[in-house]
Design a protein around this ligand. Structure first.
Ligand code: NDP
Length: 328
């Protein structure tokens, strides 16, 4: 028997979440069973904990798009009992039962061995948000970003993706300009390494001029919408924006002028279906390039019982940094 946070859907379409005791026979099919130690809360988890957001297909459902833990049993030769593993993406926690439980059963293909130097708790402080932030930084570097070229903009900076992106970029020697709609997070963002705070309201208006002053050497964008459109016109010549999220909207009310006249690149970042080799490379970089003291400063601890309240909170943009859920 194990504890899990189960979301159920009533006949009127409403959902409710509660911690329940489940039998191992309820676990889905898979070749590796993991004793989960920690999970986390991402924006998508907020959807899966509440309405399902079109991501969850069947109820009762155990959400949790990320988990880290120790292999309990494995029928796949790549994993043995005692191995420390991390899982993000692959629609686990959406169409497959996820990490908000003391046990998870998944396909071996979806797991990544935890790199040396990273605890299961630290891995979940990183989670999908931080893993994606690392992928975004790697994409910017692959397109020529180097320290000393000017400030790198991070939007939605006090959120999960933004916090980790800020800490990684600052640690790598970049000047980081952090966009936030929460002025009270300034000390937190400066502590993560931001050297400039950009108030959200100065940058999320609709594009009036397709090109503005060349300001940013790169951008990790968690917000999308009008803000991304505006940022495109503020990029320096030949630089790149890594488009990660849509916290501010899915529409892109932009012009193509920054692409044509400034050679700006818009790089799409997907973490969910990311191939295994990229995952190993990104987790290795996280272990190397994310200072653990900065990661610690981002952590808000939680238990399975806190999740029904945390789901709506992250959807309202009220979660700062990274929630780490101790499922035990
Ligand atoms: P969080 O809620 O932790 O962070 C989002 C941040 O965006 C908020 O903290 C807030 O930052 C800012 N924000 C919220 N609402 C608005 C708004 N209306 N206008 C402008 N800014 C806003 O979420 P995550 O960091 O976990 O995820 C961020 C985004 O990235 C989400 O859209 C998520 O779906 C996406 N994502 C995509 C992935 C991929 O594979 N491509 C993987 C992971 C996440 P502040 O208060 O500082 O302004």
């Amino acid at each position: 028997m194990f504890n899990a946070l189960v979301v159920e859907k009533a006949e009127d379409g409403s959902t409710s979440a509660s911690v329940q005791r489940l039998d191992d026979s309820r676990l889905p099919e898979g070749d590796v069973t993991v004793a989960v130690e920690y999970s986390t809360v991402n924006y998508k988890d907020g959807l899966c904990l509440t309405t399902g957001g079109g991501l969850v297909r069947t109820w009762p459902h155990v959400p949790g798009i990320d988990f880290a833990g120790v292999v309990e049993t494995s029928s796949d030769p790549r994993y043995a009992p005692g191995d420390r593993v991390v899982l993000t993406g692959w629609r686990v926690g959406e169409v497959h039962w996820g990490g908000y439980a003391q046990k998870a059963r998944v396909r071996a293909d979806w797991l990544v061995p935890l790199p040396e130097g990273l605890t299961t708790r630290a891995a979940m402080a990183v989670g999908t948000a931080g893993f994606t932030a690392m992928l975004a930084v790697m994409a910017l570097e692959d397109h020529g970003l180097k320290p000393g070229q000017g400030p790198v903009l991070v939007t939605g900076a006090a959120g999960g993706v933004g916090s980790v992106a800020t800490a990684i970029l600052a640690h790598l020697g970049y000047e980081v300009a952090a966009v936030t709609g929460r002025p009270e997070t300034e000390p937190y963002l400066r502590d993560l390494g931001a050297t400039q705070i950009v108030p959200r309201e100065t940058i999320n208006e609709t594009v009036k001029r397709p090109l503005e002053a060349e300001t940013w050497a790169g951008c990790v964008d968690a917000v999308g919408g009008a803000m991304l459109a505006r940022v495109l016109g503020q990029m320096k010549y030949g630089t790149s924006v890594a488009a990660v999220g849509l916290a501010g909207g899915a529409a892109l009310p932009a012009t193509v002028v920054p692409f044509l006249l400034r050679g700006v690149n818009l790089l799409g970042i997907d973490s969910v279906m990311r191939p295994y080799d990229d995952r190993v490379r990104a987790w290795g970089r996280i272990a190397r390039d994310l200072p653990m003291d900065k990661l610690e400063a981002m952590i808000q601890p939680a238990t399975l019982g806190d999740l029904p309240a945390l789901g709506p909170a992250i959807l309202k943009g009220q979660v700062k940094g990274r929630v780490v859920v101790d499922v035990n």
